[in-house]
Design a protein. Structure first.
Length: 586
C-alpha cells in the first residue's frame, strides 16, 4: 500500500484535509442547521429575482406610501412598509457579496434598483395629479435624515438578519419591515420632484440609501457569522475587500454626510430651544400670554429671522418686541429680526381670568402652567374686580394691567360706565385685592371712561324703567307719570328735561329726571312736582333731578352723585357686617 491510501485514489491525505477545510464555514458563532441554511439561501435567491409579481407589489407599495404621505396618514405609510418587497433583494446582495455569487448579485441589483426607479417614477406621476395639493408633515419628516436614522437601520438590519437565518424568530419579519423605512423615502423623493423640491428629493433618497447600505452591511455580517459562507466562497482577503469596497465607501460617505446633518440638526435644536426659552421667559409677566408657535430661517450671513405667534389678551408694544429681540440675540449670539404675531385671546373662568391649562400628564390630570408673582397678583386683582363689578353691575371691566412704580406695584383697571367710580369704591376694591393677593403694597388705579346708554326713549337713567317687565296697566301708568313729570318740570322757567325714567318698586314709584336749567332747581320745587306725581300715580313717588354738573336735587335737599354712591355703599357694608355678626352669633 502506498501513502496515498486506497488503490487508485489520487488525493493525498493532506490535500483532502485542505479541501475539507475549504468546505467548512468561515465562522459559525451559533448553530444553524444545514436544512435551514439551504432554505434561507433558496428563499433569498428566489426573492431577489425581478419577476413581474415583484414589480406589481412594488407599485402597490409605492402607491400606498404616496397616498399615505399626501394624506399625512402614518397608518397608511406603515401599510406600505408591510407590502414592500424591497428588503429581500438587499439580503440577496449581502449574501451574493459574501459568497462571491455573481449571478445572484446581478439579479438582486436589478431587482433593488429597478424597484427604486419604479417607485420614484410612480410617486412622481402621482405628485403631478391634481389631488397632490400640499406638503405634509409625513413628507417633511423624511427629507432631513441624520445619523440617528443609520442607527435605526442597523438595528432593523440586525433584527431582519436574525429573523431570516433563525426559523424561531421569523415571525418578527413584519415588525422589521415597519422599522425599516425603504419605500416611504423613495415615494417622498418622487413627490418632492413633482413639487419641484429638489433638495427635499435628495434628502429623502439619501435616507433610503443610508438604510439600504446599513442593512446590507449588517445582514452580510450576519450571514458570515451564522456560517452561511465557507472559506472557499470568501476567497482571499483582497477578493473579499474588493467585493465590499463599493458598499463600504458608500456607507462611509453617507455616514459622513449624515453626521454633518446631525450636527446641523443639533445646532438647529439648540437655536430653537434658546429662542423659545427666551421668548417664554420674556412674556412670563404678561398675564394670559402664551407662546403658540415659533418659526425661523437663517440667512447666509448668520442672521436669524424669527416669527413668533403669541396668544395674548393685548398686543405687545414695539418696545416690548425690541426688548425680546435683544434678549434672543444675546442668548444665541447672532443677529435677530423678531416679528411677533399677537393672536388676541382671553382665558376666563367664573371669577375672572384663568391660568391656561396647557397639557395633561400621564395620570390624566390637567397641569396648570406655573406663573410668576406678577401674573399671580394681576389675576387675583382681576378676579376680585370682576366679582365686585358683577355684583353691582354699574361698570364694565375692560382691562387689568400691572405696572411697577417706585412706590410699589400698581394695578391699572380700565372700566366703563355711566359715571366714574367714587374713591370709597376704589378703596374697597383695593382692600379686597390686597387681602386676596397677600400684598399690602399693591395700589389700585382705576382708569374710567364714561359711557351713555341711549334708547329711542332717551338716555337710560333707571334700568328698571326700560328693561324690567311690567303689566300693561303699570306700563300705561309709567307713561303718564313720565309725561306729566316732564311737563311740570319744564314749567319752571328756562328748564328743559332731556330724559326722564319712572320705575315701580313694590308699591312705590321712583322717578329720575335729567334736566338742563338756567338756574339750580330748589328742593321745594322738586317736592311740589313729586306730590303732583304721587296724586297721579295713587302711590308714593320719590323724584330726583340730576343736573349736568353732578348735583342731585330731591325734595329733602341737595346731594351729589358721589355722595349718594358713598352713602349707599356705606349702608351696604353696614348691612353686610350686621348679617355676618348675626351668622357668627348663631
Amino acid at each position: 500500500m502506498n501513502s496515498h491510501g486506497a488503490a487508485g485514489d489520487p488525493v493525498s491525505p493532506d490535500l483532502s484535509a485542505e479541501r475539507s477545510n475549504l468546505d467548512l464555514p468561515l465562522i459559525a458563532l451559533w448553530s444553524v442547521s444545514p436544512e435551514r441554511k439551504t432554505q434561507v439561501i433558496d428563499d433569498t435567491t428566489s426573492g431577489s429575482i425581478p419577476r413581474p409579481l415583484y414589480y406589481v407589489l412594488l407599485l402597490a407599495s409605492g402607491g400606498i406610501a404616496a397616498f399615505g404621505l399626501l394624506a399625512n396618514s402614518a397608518a397608511v405609510v406603515i401599510g406600505a412598509m408591510l407590502v414592500s418587497p424591497l428588503m429581500a433583494p438587499i439580503f440577496g446582495i449581502a449574501l451574493a457579496l459574501s459568497r462571491g455569487d455573481l449571478h445572484l448579485l446581478r439579479n438582486a441589483l436589478v431587482a433593488e434598483f429597478g424597484g427604486v426607479l419604479l417607485i420614484v417614477a410612480f410617486a412622481l406621476l402621482l405628485g403631478l395629479l391634481p389631488f397632490a395639493l400640499e406638503v405634509t408633515p409625513e413628507m417633511l419628516a423624511r427629507t432631513r435624515p441624520s445619523l440617528l436614522d443609520v442607527f435605526v437601520a442597523a438595528l432593523a438590519g440586525l433584527a431582519g438578519g436574525l429573523a431570516m437565518v433563525d426559523e424561531r424568530t421569523s415571525p418578527a419579519l413584519p415588525g422589521v419591515a415597519i422599522a425599516t423605512s425603504l419605500t416611504p423615502p423613495l415615494a417622498t423623493s418622487g413627490l418632492s420632484l413633482a413639487f419641484g423640491a429638489f433638495d427635499g428629493a435628495w434628502g429623502a433618497f439619501l435616507l433610503f440609501f443610508a438604510n439600504f447600505l446599513t442593512i446590507l452591511a449588517v445582514s452580510a455580517a450576519i450571514f458570515i457569522l451564522a456560517g452561511f459562507v465557507t472559506r472557499a466562497e470568501i476567497g482571499t482577503r483582497t477578493d473579499f475587500l474588493k467585493r465590499f469596497s463599493a458598499a463600504g465607501i458608500g456607507l462611509l460617505a453617507v455616514a459622513t454626510i449624515l453626521t454633518r446633518q446631525l450636527i446641523v440638526t443639533i445646532d438647529d435644536w439648540r437655536l430653537n430651544q434658546a429662542i423659545v426659552t427666551t421668548i417664554e421667559h420674556a412674556i412670563a409677566d404678561n398675564p394670559g400670554a402664551r407662546l403658540a408657535r415659533v418659526i425661523y430661517d437663517q440667512d447666509a450671513n448668520g442672521s436669524v429671522n424669527v416669527l413668533a405667534t403669541v396668544n395674548t389678551p393685548r398686543s405687545f408694544t414695539p418696545q416690548k418686541v425690541d426688548a425680546i429681540q435683544h434678549a434672543i440675540a444675546d442668548s444665541v449670539n447672532r443677529p435677530i429680526s423678531l416679528f411677533v404675531r399677537c393672536a388676541i385671546t382671553h382665558d376666563v373662568a367664573a371669577a375672572g381670568s384663568a391660568n391656561l391649562l396647557p397639557t395633561v400628564n400621564l395620570n390624566g390630570d390637567f397641569i396648570a402652567a406655573s406663573v410668576t408673582p406678577n401674573v399671580r397678583l394681576t389675576e387675583a386683582a382681576e378676579q376680585t374686580l370682576r366679582e365686585l363689578v358683577s355684583r353691582r353691575q354699574n361698570f364694565d371691566l375692560l382691562d387689568v394691567q400691572l405696572v411697577h412704580l417706585p412706590t410699589g406695584p400698581v394695578i391699572v383697571a380700565t372700566v366703563s360706565g355711566a359715571r366714574p367710580p367714587v374713591p370709597s369704591q376704589v378703596k374697597l376694591a383695593q382692600e379686597r385685592i390686597r387681602q386676596r393677593a397677600g400684598d399690602e403694597t399693591a395700589t389700585l388705579l382705576v382708569r374710567a371712561t364714561t359711557t351713555s346708554d341711549v334708547t329711542a326713549k332717551g338716555r337710560v337713567l333707571l334700568g328698571d324703567a326700560q328693561f324690567s317687565p311690567m303689566t300693561a296697566a303699570d306700563r300705561a301708568l309709567q307713561e303718564k307719570v313720565e309725561t306729566r313729570g316732564k311737563t311740570v318740570l319744564e314749567h319752571v322757567q328756562n328748564t328743559f328735561v332731556d330724559s326722564i325714567d319712572a320705575a315701580k318698586h313694590g308699591d312705590k314709584w321712583e322717578v329720575r329726571a335729567e334736566v338742563v336749567s338756567a338756574r339750580v332747581l330748589q328742593p321745594a320745587e322738586v317736592g311740589r312736582v313729586a306730590k303732583e306725581l304721587t296724586a297721579l300715580a295713587g302711590a308714593t313717588v320719590t323724584l330726583s333731578v340730576l343736573t349736568s354738573n353732578g348735583l342731585i336735587v330731591e325734595a329733602k335737599g341737595f346731594t351729589t352723585v358721589q355722595r349718594s354712591v358713598e352713602e349707599a355703599l356705606a349702608r351696604e357694608l353696614a348691612a353686610r357686617d350686621l348679617s355676618e355678626r348675626v351668622d357668627q352669633s348663631k
